[in-house]
Design a protein around this ligand. Structure first.
Ligand code: SF4
Length: 255
């Protein structure tokens, strides 16, 4: 367990990519949050679901697929298959056919099959609620686990998707490229009770304004708090690029 002293040293040492101390970063992040909250009062999870099980299945299907397509595919399936046991009993070839149009249908079908089987066998038919348990389910990584914690169970979760990664770097809140490191950085900066809201708003902002290629900085409500405003989304400070993705750390990069 971390001692109080070690925790204090860790907190003190935390600085953002622009050299801001934690206190400044926290204030700026909250200002961004307030601006986005005002701009997007209707921000919501774009996947249709009525239970944790449905959200889990929709989340698995949403990898590399549009939300619209996922909603089209799940609408009849959610009416027909209501429990984890029912889902786990769908023969794999049939399940593959049913979800074919969402892409990567073989691996998604296997994930749904194994995850629902485990839920039925080991969790009494209910999707587990903790990060550790969720991560034991096939097809569920930290992002999906946080989606469930935040939106199915009303907990706090920072959902690091492609929009969140890109925008949190553009805002100079993190220099990381790895989703888990981004999540941990933002857990320090954003108050826990705001994690879910902050992630949802950044995701929405990425969908409607802060696009990957041509962000609409002129009409962005966060522009006064964004260090990438002048460069129209290009990041000119150093980011921590993993060796596998390394190009040049000094190069201006997009997204
Ligand atoms: S100013 Fe531009 S880069 Fe910064 S958050 Fe807004 S849209 Fe994104």
């Amino acid at each position: 367990m971390m001692t109080k002293r070690a925790a204090a040293t860790k907190t003190k040492a935390f600085t953002g990519p622009l050299g801001e101390e934690l206190g400044e970063l926290r204030k700026r992040a909250l200002r961004v949050l307030r601006a986005l909250r005002k701009a997007y009062p209707d921000a919501h999870v774009p996947l249709n679901y009525t239970s944790a099980l449905e959200l889990m299945i929709a989340t698995i299907l949403s990898a590399q697929c549009t939300d619209e397509r996922v909603n089209e595919v799940t609408a009849p399936l959610f009416k027909k298959y209501r429990t984890a046991a029912q889902w786990s009993h769908i023969p794999l070839p049939k399940l593959e056919k049913l979800i074919y149009s969402t892409g990567f249908f073989r691996s998604k079908a296997r994930s749904i099959h194994e995850a629902t089987e485990d839920i039925a066998k080991f969790h009494g038919g209910g999707v587990p609620k903790t990060m550790d348990e969720l991560l034991t389910l096939r097809g569920i990584g930290r992002k999906s686990a946080n989606i469930l914690i935040a939106h199915a169970f009303g907990g706090d979760g920072i959902i690091v998707d492609t929009h969140f990664s890109r925008i949190s770097r553009r805002l100079g809140l993190t220099a990381e490229m790895d989703p888990t490191k981004i999540e941990f950085d933002l857990m320090e900066i954003v108050p826990r009770k705001r994690w879910t809201e902050f992630a949802l708003l950044l995701n929405w902002h990425g969908r409607v304004t802060c696009y990957a290629r041509k962000p609409e900085c002129e009409r962005c409500v966060a522009r006064k708090k964004c260090p990438a405003f002048e460069t129209r989304g290009a990041i000119t400070w150093k980011v921590k690029i993993p060796a596998s993705k390394k190009r040049s750390e000094d190069k201006t990069i997009w997204s």
